[in-house]
Design a protein around this ligand. Structure first.
Ligand code: ATP
Ligand code: MG
Length: 720
């Protein structure tokens, strides 16, 4: 390509450019955080389009979240303009898997309008399967089975492929059998769970060579971001699509960083990185070493931290940026004070002119969010929560969605069961049992069974009448689908079903927030072409942002922060037990610890200019106060890159010294950096005898901060 250099290549360094311009053949970019991996992918797409190598519809680009997909689209459009429009195959594994599966559903025993179950529905269905087999659910909980089945699906194992040893783990070796029954139930319900979206797509490809070939031909270029977090099923899916063609056409480009692999607990396998070169011989491996994101101190801190891990492929990471502000570490008395400190710092930066959109609070577990949200609401700082389908997970939203699902697909049994007696209308367990029995015997959906039963004497007159009314209403609502806008329809459904009324009459403190959320739901419905598209969206949303680019602080888990960057990052809750998380340590030992450390590394490397770490000496976990000690990860940061901030003396500490850890008896053996102990002795940490570890009933001492009484500002609804 002679002529002037296209603008989109400008500013790339030599290695980045190589990765962009090597369009043909397999390419693996293995590089640390902030080195421009995502930028390389985006530019690569732009390059492929601009040089006419492929149409937008011939590029398959996989990202980890919908948000990342949206951003990538925007970036490509920014680089090459209108050519980038379309890109129908740029999305998450799940969204793309769904698209493919809908087109060929009948080949795997589904109909094209199949429902995608969320975790809740999944568990409910498993409960039914377990009960139908007369297995004691108390002894063999559905959640455990769900975990097993997920892990099998992550590895693309069907019921026949489950290793006997693993099937043994549930109900005396009946794991595989229950898996099969569960799959059969899904098919009868015309439903798929999240894992199926890929596993069934793989089966589709394996069993239908012509379909596979169709897609292999279509996708001339395949690109994958966050490759380190793919699981076996995702890898197999990719390999099927990219490997089948002539060697010269295996145009697969994957970018990843083993130090950011944080989904091992969900079946991700870093080994996929090693496999790549094996499965795609001749792959070009590109390494990027310059970090363009963070200042020197932040990078030094992050690199020193991750150096404590053993299982690493090894990389160099350097910055040419200034050292900048050191990473700060602030100790708070308790989690409430911690939230206050974070809130005040946000306000202070904001007053100095820093944009809220450039600040993020990253937490280890979502339960940490509530206190932070409370504080932000109190301060009037606008924020949004990203990651985790929080809004759609709320009870009232789920109820409303169940109504809408029944309207859209009357055969949706799980939805029907959910709302049958919500609000309470006298259709209790007895009625449900009769419905179930008939539905099972006649092999028909519940709603159809109900239509039959209201014409018979099987139900008592009262429930029969109520049920008839409900069915009539559903008939009416379904009839309105084509004439009314979906928002209006939803409003009518919620009104006429008595659901809105139920919350209007509710005297509890949350009711107002719930009504607000329902309004918000109706509003959001209007953003979609139709109800079906909306329901589709809901089942796929992995993260919620309200879409506006307003001035808002972002609040999310560390897991959800992958790939993102902010000028200032707040990292609260760096305490042993919380972070590293005790569960991860208990379940996976050293590997668990290393994954936690990678998560800390991800957190730090999200920051461009400022990283602020916090820990609290007392935290309420499951409603009980616990004395805590600072995270070992704090110890692992080099003193040269950090600054310890004295918390404002809002409480009188004192009366304890460096030896207090012995008093509390909580010093982990690895906790042995005297420098930090000195720092902590200056004012961090809990007073030795103040609290019983493990919480003795949840009451703190006479300390104002613990008395979170009625005066506390309530969390506002609809803040997502
Ligand atoms: P992560 O591992 O966190 O996903 P990444 O490797 O994908 O990071 P990017 O998000 O692509 O990194 O880039 C990090 C930042 O550096 C972005 O702001 C990007 O615009 C910038 N950047 C990347 N390459 C260059 C370059 N050659 N010149 C200037 N800025 C760059
Ligand atoms: Mg990236």
């Amino acid at each position: 390509h002679a002529g002037p250099e296209p603008g989109y290549l400008g500013g790339l360094n030599a290695e980045q450019r190589l990765a962009v311009e090597t369009t043909e053949g397999p390419v693996l970019v293995l590089a640390g955080a902030g080195t421009g991996k995502t930028r390389v992918l985006t530019t690569r797409i732009a390059h492929i389009l601009a040089t006419g190598r492929a149409q937008p519809s011939q590029i398959l680009a996989v990202t980890f979240t919908n948000k990342a997909a949206r951003e990538m689209k925007e970036r490509v459009a920014h680089l090459v303009g209108a050519v980038a429009e379309g890109m129908p195959w740029l999305g998450t594994f799940h969204s793309i898997g769904t698209r493919i599966l809908r087109r060929h559903a009948e080949l795997v025993g589904l109909k094209s309008n199949f429902t995608i179950l969320d975790t809740d529905d999944q568990i409910r269905l498993m409960k039914q399967v377990i009960a139908a087999e007369n297995i004691d659910e108390k002894r063999w909980p559905a959640r455990q089975l769900a975990g097993l089945i997920d892990s099998w699906k992550n590895r693309a194992l069907g019921p026949d492929q489950v290793l006997p040893g693993e099937a043994q783990a549930f109900a005396n070796g009946r794991g595989g059998e229950l898996y099969r029954l569960y799959q059969e139930r899904l098919k009868t319900l015309n439903a798929a769970d999240f894992g199926d979206l890929l596993v069934e797509a793989i089966r589709l490809f394996r069993e239908n060579a012509d379909v596979l070939e169709l897609y292999q031909r279509r996708f001339r270029y395949v690109l994958v971001d966050e490759y380190q977090d793919t699981n076996v099923a995702q890898y197999l899916w990719l390999r099927l699509l990219a490997q089948g063609r002539e060697p010269g056409q295996r145009n697969l480009a994957c970018v990843g960083d083993d130090d950011q692999s944080i989904y091992g607990w969900r079946g991700a396998e870093v080994d996929n990185i090693l496999r790549f070169e094996h499965d795609f011989p001749g792959a070009r491996v590109v390494r990027l070493e310059r970090n363009y994101r963070s200042t020197g101190h932040i990078l030094t801190a992050a690199s020193a931290l991750i150096a404590h891990n053993q299982g690493r492929l090894g990389k160099t990471l350097r910055t040419e940026d200034v050292a900048g502000e050191p990473v700060t570490i602030t100790g708070a008395w308790d989690s409430e004070e911690e939230a206050r400190l974070v809130g005040e710092e946000i306000e202070a930066l904001h007053v100095k002119g820093h944009s809220l959109a450039e600040m993020a609070i990253l937490v280890r577990i979502s339960a940490q969010m509530r206190e932070l949200e409370d504080r932000l609401v109190q301060l009037g700082v606008p924020y949004r929560v990203i990651g985790g389908p929080r809004f759609y997970e709320r009870m009232e939203i789920r109820d409303a969605l169940a109504y809408l699902r029944c309207v859209a697909s009357p055969a949706d049994d799980l939805a029907f069961e959910r709302i049958l007696n919500t609000p309470k209308r006298g259709l209790g367990d007895a009625t449900v049992q009769v419905l179930h029995a008939h539905a099972r015997a006649a092999r028909i959906p519940l709603m159809e069974a109900a239509r039959y039963l209201v014409e018979t004497e099987e139900l008592k007159p009262k429930p029969r009448g109520t049920l008839r009314e409900l069915l009539t209403a559903f008939g009416r609502w379904s009839g309105l689908m084509d004439t009314l806008r979906q928002g209006e329809l939803a409003e009518i459904v919620l009104e006429e079903s008595g659901y809105t009324d139920m919350w209007q009459r509710d005297r509890s403190a949350e009711a107002a927030g719930r009504l607000e959320n329902l309004k918000e739901l109706v509003r959001s419905l209007e953003e979609f072409p139709d109800l079906q598209a909306f329901l589709e969206h809901v089942s796929l949303v992995m993260e919620i942002g309200d879409g506006d680019t307003n001035e808002r602080v972002s609040l999310m888990t560390l897991h959800a922060a992958k790939g993102l960057e902010f000028e200032t990052v707040f990292l609260p809750g760096w305490e042993e037990g919380l972070f590293p998380n005790q569960r991860a340590l208990d379940e996976s030992g050293r590997a668990g610890l290393e994954e936690e450390r990678r998560l800390a590394h991800v957190g730090l490397t999200r920051a461009r200019r400022r990283a602020r770490i916090y820990f609290a000496s007392n935290r309420r976990i499951h409603g009980m106060w616990n004395a805590t000690v600072p995270s070992r990860f704090i110890d692992e940061l080099p003193e040269s890159a950090v600054e310890v901030i004295d918390a404002p003396a809002s409480y009188s500490y004192g009366g304890y010294g460096a030896s207090r850890f012995d008093t509390v008896g909580q010093t982990p053996s690895s906790y042995a950096t005297p420098g930090w102990q000195r720092a902590q002795a200056r004012g961090f940490g809990s007073p030795g005898g103040g609290f019983g570890r493990g919480g003795t009933g949840g009451g703190g001492p006479g300390h104002g901060g613990f008395d979170r009484g009625a005066g506390q500002a309530r969390r506002r609804g609809g803040t997502v």
